[in-house]
Design a protein around this ligand. Structure first.
Ligand code: ATP
Ligand code: MG
Ligand code: MG
Length: 355
């Protein structure tokens, strides 16, 4: 059978590997860290840094197609890989989502709404940005942020020096604070033939900057539901995208596209799409493998109401109790060490039939 190469061996790589093996593929994981969660299920693991071009070339030679769960692979490494095998989703999808300003320029270029934003390179540009955008606002590093890391809230202009300090000299973007009522995300896929399949939007609640729960169905009007799908499809087509994409949205009473404002996109399977494992015939992981392997997509129809809850840090101690809940699907990532803020697993509670 064919072999799928996956950059990154965390829980997303692990669940992609499970789905791939179910479809008869083998997986080769490339991961710098020791004992990656995906290592338990993949046929092969290369342990090497993301800038080791020789190791990357050998990895590419050993697979038929390359995908990723980690989007911050250096450009030179991607060049070396792409010279040997196709990377799906493509380089442009990566470039756009690696850098928050490129991402917002791309989204606004499509006519989609984002928070107002301005590039910040020092305290002077931050003060000028605050003057233009106002407060409250959020300062974020343009690269490498996740789970709310690399962010500082600015409630009044007096907070500017401390916020700039918190960036540690990294280039940043100031975003106007969106007064949203709630957050939703759309998980969508595009196949090699250009067909698109969308999952129902889920409603997301964060705790300390980390996704805590995703609830299906989300509170959205029928019009907003359509808008969410149109936004995702527009992004997929514009990028000639192949694979699964996550789109995080703020829901506001007012605004273009029925009050939906795009927060950020992720060019991969997404934590807020884990509910599809219990709610759909073809989950986001199988959908991604189907797309990058050139198979037809599953249709994404939802068959149940679901609440996905992340098990973060010590939450994992609840597993014996969770195991007694008969309609709760448990996913553990096989991480040896429990750390605060570390995603150890998740559960999908199937609430009942379809609302
Ligand atoms: P992820 O783990 O989702 O990649 P991240 O570190 O990239 O997270 P963001 O998604 O940008 O961070 O922000 C995390 C959360 O902070 C958002 O889900 C939202 O709750 C809040 N937030 C971010 N930007 C804004 C904004 N402009 N206005 C209001 N709230 C915001
Ligand atoms: Mg992010
Ligand atoms: Mg986010």
């Amino acid at each position: 059978g064919a072999t799928i190469g996956i950059l990154g061996g965390g829980q997303l790589g692990r669940m992609l590997s499970v789905a791939a093996s179910r479809l008869g593929f083998q997986c080769h994981i490339y991961e710098p860290g020791a004992a990656p969660p995906a290592g338990h299920v993949a046929a092969r693991v290369t342990t090497a840094p993301y800038n080791d071009l020789d190791a990357l070339r050998a990895f590419a030679q050993s697979v038929d197609v390359i995908t990723y769960e980690f989007e911050n692979v250096p450009t030179a490494s991607l060049d070396a890989l792409e010279a040997i095998r196709p990377i799906r989703p493509n380089r442009r999808a990566l470039a756009v989502s690696q850098e928050r300003i490129a991402e917002k320029d791309f989204l606004t270029g499509l006519g989609l709404s984002t928070a107002p934003y301005a590039r910040v390179t020092d305290l002077a540009t931050l003060n000028a940005a605050i003057e233009r955008i106002g407060t409250p606002a959020i300062l974020k590093t343009t690269r490498l942020g996740y789970d709310g890391k690399g962010q500082a809230r600015i409630m009044t202009p007096a907070d500017a020096p401390a916020a700039w300090e918190a960036m540690n000299g990294a280039e940043a973007v100031l975003e106007g604070f969106i007064d949203f009522s709630h957050e939703v995300s759309v998980i969508a896929a595009r196949g090699l033939d250009g067909s698109v399949a969308c999952y129902d939007p889920g409603e997301n609640v964060h705790r300390a900057g980390i996704l805590h729960t995703t609830t299906l169905p989300a509170r959205l009007s029928p019009g907003q539901r359509t808008d969410a799908v149109l936004i995702a499809a527009r992004i997929l087509n514009a990028l000639d995208y192949v694979g699964v994409l996550g789109v995080e949205l703020f829901v506001t009473p007012q605004g273009q596209t029925g009050g939906l404002i795009v927060n950020e996109i992720a060019p991969r399977v997404h934590n807020s799409g884990h509910w599809t494992q219990a709610g759909c015939a073809v989950d986001q992981f199988e959908q991604h493998i189907r797309a990058i392997a050139g198979w037809p997509l599953g249709d994404g129809t939802r068959y149940a109401d679901v609440v996905m809850e992340n098990l973060i840090g010590d939450d994992v101690a609840q597993v014996p109790d969770l195991a007694r809940e008969r309609n709760t699907q448990i996913h553990l990532y096989g991480k040896a060490e429990v750390k605060p803020g570390r995603k150890m697993g998740h559960v999908n509670r199937v609430i009942r039939g379809l609302t």
